[in-house]
Design a protein around this ligand. Structure first.
Ligand SMILES: Cc1cc2nc3c(=O)[nH]c(=O)nc-3n(C[C@H](O)[C@H](O)[C@H](O)COP(=O)(O)OP(=O)(O)OC[C@H]3O[C@@H](n4cnc5c(N)ncnc54)[C@H](O)[C@@H]3O)c2cc1C
Length: 469
């Protein structure tokens, strides 16, 4: 057992990593615990990767405030850290009378959320902007601020900065119990124990279970799965930005949108499940998406599919985030961060720091944080290592392309395995480099990527591939 830390953060998703970074950079000693072997292995690895303006959140809610603040924070953070963002904008399209009649209400909602840039556009303008849409678009709402982002690098960057500020990452170990003490909590892990003055619960789909360990039962996670289809890069020319449907009470609906890797996504579904771990894609779900895609963007269905995946939203019976301070227990619950947590993560972290300050805890930014972090350039619109003669001259491994679909070099795979928060399996290499994410799914480069990763991580090929995807 180590010395008592100021805070243990349960969960190394985008939210937990953002909180750990914020607290560690403000002088607290922090341990982050996650049962997965890598950061961002939960919902944070499988979303739609939109940087939301918050135009359609419930006005006056905590989510509305944190998404809107988080949007500005993440735009600035991504720019400083070199994380790929494309300000594509979004077009919310009405396809029938009822949806058209909902547009004024959505515009009012955007304004009530402090978002003033949305505006109506007529059917002709909708078609001019997105000429490949299916027939029947009646009108639309332009939301110019909506953007697409590299979601994996965000979590990695936050985790890296947390560790640079001396937070300790304990991966591959789960929190199994929490015993409250007068001055500190004793947190039982699957492989040991941690003593912590504060517990911060950022356990995503399991945040209600951690909440119950501390005697609360204010919310229950009702997992909502979203399946998505990734189309190959030849589809990219079919859309200029994010195409949104008119949302329903339950979900934002099925979207078509580009990714920063140059693909096109179709999805997600919204399916209520019992099993919090059921990230399977299903025939029914994919059929539903294809039917929606056929109506929204018919030529998309002629394009090749690169991958299918599913993520699970941490929905609850409540409409808002479940963030609460239990000062006398020295506990902060950050639960129910459903479909906007990537965008809101940095604002959630600032909010948690403010909650701690409100109890009298001193948080002052450290003066030894070192130079700003710069992440590897992975976006299609960025200059990648294989395009940089200066890098290749310095280190020829950046000129040796391993993955030809995604143009990933041996130098990048090597770096991913020896970075400050290193990849420990192939899924981690994929998220850090894009290797094997292309149309051949690693058929061409897989063996070489595995060999290089095994050499760099000291793991066997079997260990690397066992938990892939
Ligand atoms: C289909 C879909 C589309 C989405 N699209 C967007 C989008 O476009 N834009 C956006 O901003 N957001 C989007 N989201 C939401 C966003 O992905 C989530 O809000 C965010 O990833 C939540 O992060 P988190 O850190 O709270 O949870 P997670 O990433 O799930 O992290 C929680 C972590 O806690 C760990 N954990 C749980 N229990 C324990 C335990 N007992 N011990 C140790 N560790 C534990 C888990 O292993 C996990 O890694 C989408 C979500 C889905 C599913």
């Amino acid at each position: 057992m180590t010395d008592t830390v100021d805070a243990v953060v349960v969960g190394a998703g985008v939210v937990g990593c953002a909180i750990a970074r914020e607290l560690a950079r403000h002088g607290l000693s922090v341990t982050v615990v996650d049962r997965a072997a890598d950061v961002g292995e939960g919902t944070s690895k499988a979303n739609t990767a939109i940087l939301h303006t918050g135009f359609d959140t419930a006005p006056g809610s905590l989510e509305s405030r944190l998404v809107s603040q988080g949007y500005h924070l993440l735009v600035a953070y991504a720019e400083a850290a070199g994380i790929a963002v494309e300000p594509t904008g979004a077009l919310l399209v009405a396809w029938d009378d009822e949806q058209e009649a909902a547009l004024p209400g959505l515009l009012d909602k955007a304004r009530a959320n402090g978002y003033e840039a949305a505006r109506f556009i007529d059917a002709a303008e909708v078609r001019r902007r997105e000429p490949h849409l299916g027939p029947g678009a009646r009108a639309g709402l332009e939301v110019p601020g909506e953007s697409i982002i590299d979601p994996w690098s965000v979590t990695l960057a936050l985790a890296t900065e947390a560790t640079r500020a001396r937070a300790m990452l304990r991966l591959g170990t789960s929190v199994e119990g929490i015993a409250e003490g007068a001055d500190e909590h004793l947190v039982t892990l699957s492989d040991g124990r941690v003593r912590a003055r504060w517990v911060i619960n950022a356990a995503g789909l399991f945040s209600d279970r951690i909440d119950r360990m501390l005697g609360h039962d204010g919310f229950t996670i009702t997992p909502r799965r979203g399946q998505l289809i990734v189309f190959d890069k030849l589809a990219r020319g079919l859309v200029s930005g994010i195409v949104l449907p008119v949302p329903t009470e339950r979900s934002k609906g099925v979207l078509v949108l580009p990714t920063v890797w140059g693909n096109v996504l179709l999805g997600p579904t919204a399916e209520d499940l019992e099993d919090r771990g059921d990230t399977a894609t299903t025939e029914g779900g994919i059929d539903q998406l294809l039917a929606a895609g056929r109506a929204i963007l018919p030529p998309l269905l002629d394009e090749e599919v690169t991958a299918l995946y599913a993520g699970i939203r941490a929905a609850t019976e409540h409409r808002d985030y479940q963030i609460s301070l239990h000062a006398s227990q020295r506990y902060v619950c950050v639960g129910g961060i459903r479909s906007t947590g990537l965008t809101a993560a940095l604002a959630i972290a600032e909010h948690v720091a403010d909650l701690l300050r409100s109890t009298g805890l001193k948080l002052a930014v450290r003066d030894d944080l070192g130079p700003p972090l710069v992440m590897p350039a992975l976006g299609e619109a960025q200059q990648r290592p294989y395009q940089r003669a200066d890098l290749i001259e310095e280190d020829p491994e950046y000129g040796r392309v391993l993955c030809h679909c995604e143009q990933v070099t041996a130098g990048e795979v090597r770096d991913a395995c020896r970075s400050e928060v290193p990849a420990t399996d192939l899924a981690g290499v994929r998220r850090r480099t894009r290797a094997m994410n292309g149309r051949c799914n690693g058929f061409f480069c897989g063996a070489e990527v595995v060999a290089l990763s095994a050499a760099r991580t000291g793991r066997t090929a079997g260990q690397l591939t066992m938990v892939d995807r």
